[in-house]
Design a protein around this ligand. Structure first.
Ligand SMILES: C[S@@+](CC[C@H](N)C(=O)[O-])C[C@H]1O[C@@H](n2cnc3c(N)ncnc32)[C@H](O)[C@@H]1O
Length: 376
């Protein structure tokens, strides 16, 4: 394994469908999963302040013009980008319908799609404008799969760059555009089930920002290893939920310090870890299933405009814009369903997060990690 920098720290049948309009007949609205929320004691043990803490804290004015106020959860209007499936509605936000065993914590409404679009730009900036880091030989790239493609921008951009490659983007929700390059198609598929692509058939398998999605990284990469052709690559990029600061400006008990406690504990309850970097999940699983030349790149990403360096400040700005676009969407399922907070408590927590993100005296940053490996 090589690393550029060390950070501190029951299957069911699949039914791939195309989201372009040719889909199954409407199904009844699936009920949201029944989940027992985290008890106060469990929250305390996990280092999470109770939701009520955030409604009790005074919230002073924030200078930042992008900061919003308590109540934005309640005012959220869900809008469906497609009527192919009947979606779940949870606390005013929509989520994917029943697909395999999927349980996505991310909404699929327009507000969240907008946030992911900005994030696509931020992620590209983090790789200096590149779509991937694997040393691909363009002449040998014929079939590419983007697992958990989201709104499909990575797949579309890749297809533009590699017009001779067939690019397939998969997801559990049909939020991908209909007008795409001829060499792109999208399928509805639960990546945690057995993959259906032929053995030794895929030249490049890409997964981006799949924290809190993957139930078993070993099983996922075992599938990838089987489907990859010899010489083919798999690449995964994830971000950490752990906001750090080199100067102690992210203070214990602050909203930003609480962020990783919330994500890690909610992920544990969801059965889909957010501690992917901290537990080296990509590296361990890729190596264990047989990928070789496993290469790791850790990227320190500042959050917000506090860095003096222009490029870093630009990176931080785009990340801030992306997450602020739908902060409530990132927290709705995790806080309200997994941790048992009320929507008011989550909205109050969001307001504190926004306030801290707007404060340029708080020098927060987090790790982004890209890991790629080759099938021998
Ligand atoms: C953070 S988004 C990342 C989207 C895209 N990879 C990107 O980087 O823009 C995670 C995506 O995983 C999808 N997802 C959730 N559970 C999934 C599953 N079991 N199988 C496939 N995709 C899933 C979600 O619908 C969401 O679009």
């Amino acid at each position: 394994m090589s690393s550029s920098q060390d950070p501190k720290s029951p299957k069911s049948p699949k039914s791939p469908k195309s989201p372009g309009g040719k889909a199954a007949s409407p199904e009844p609205t699936p009920a949201p999963p029944t989940i027992v929320a985290l008890s106060v004691e469990e929250s305390r043990e996990a280092g999470i302040l109770p939701g009520a803490h955030w409604t009790e804290q005074p919230l002073n004015e924030v200078d930042d013009d992008g900061a919003s106020t308590i109540g934005s959860v309640a005012s959220t209007t869900a809008s469906l980008s497609s009527s192919i499936f009947e979606y779940r509605t949870i606390h005013g936000r929509t989520y994917h319908g029943d697909v395999g065993n999927a349980e996505s914590w991310q909404p699929n409404d327009q507000r969240h799609v907008d946030s992911m679009e900005i994030l696509h730009h931020a992620l590209m900036l983090c790789l200096d404008g590149k779509l991937f880091l694997s040393p691909l030989d363009k002449k040998k790239i014929h079939k590419v799969i983007d697992i958990g493609t989201g709104a499909g921008w990575w797949a579309v951009d890749f297809a533009d760059e590699y017009p001779n490659a067939e690019v397939i983007g998969t997801d559990v929700t049909p939020i991908q555009p209909a007008w795409v390059p001829a060499n792109v198609k999208f399928e509805i598929d639960d990546c945690n089930l057995e993959w259906s692509w032929a053995e030794n058939s895929v030249d490049f398998i890409h997964l981006r920002i799949m924290m809190g999605v993957v139930t078993d990284w070993h099983s996922l990469f075992r599938n990838a290893f089987r489907c990859a052709r010899p010489g083919g690559y798999v690449e995964s990029m994830v971000s950490s939920a752990y906001f750090q600061s080199d100067d102690g400006s992210v203070k214990k008990g602050s909203a930003l310090e609480q962020w990783h406690h919330i994500f890690w504990e909610a992920g544990k309850k969801l059965g889909r870890s957010f501690k992917v970097i901290e537990d080296d999940l990509q590296i361990k699983a890729m190596e264990a299933v047989g990928f070789v030349d496993v290469t790791v790149k850790n990227i320190k990403v500042p959050f917000g405009i506090w860095p003096e360096d222009k490029r870093l400040s630009e990176l931080g700005l785009w990340w801030k814009l992306a997450l602020e676009e739908d902060l409530e969407g990132y927290l709705n399922y995790l806080c309200n369903v997994m941790l048992g907070w009320t929507t008011e408590q989550t909205a109050a927590y969001c307001a504190h997060v926004r306030k801290e993100w707007a404060d340029t005296n708080i020098h927060s940053w987090f790790w982004l990690r890209v890991v790629y490996g080759r099938k021998p």
